[in-house]
Design a protein. Structure first.
Length: 91
């Protein structure tokens, strides 16, 4: 499976991902860095908007691009979170 195929698989689960990200923010939003909250909120918005690009079982090119951006955004959120934690451990 190449990255484009993986993005199609992610796009097929946009609704589920949006719900998971919503619950994550509700549970953890108050205690994680604001930059991470913003990145996760953006990812949630991408999932909600991307769901409109997946009518039935066919992912549009825009839906695939949205999934790619979501993956990149969440990877950035993880990097920021990891850097924040490392900074706290050093202090």
């Amino acid at each position: 499976m190449d990255f484009s195929d993986a993005c199609d698989q992610i796009a097929m689960k946009f609704d589920e991902l949006a719900g998971q990200l919503r619950r994550f923010l509700k549970s953890h939003g108050p205690v994680i860095p604001e930059e991470v909250v913003s990145l996760v909120q953006y990812a949630r918005n991408l999932a909600e908007e991307g769901a409109l690009e997946v009518p039935g079982f066919e992912v549009s090119r825009a839906g695939n691009e949205c999934a790619k951006e979501l993956v990149e955004n969440l990877a950035e959120a993880k990097t920021v979170f990891d850097q924040t934690l490392r900074g706290q451990v050093k202090n």
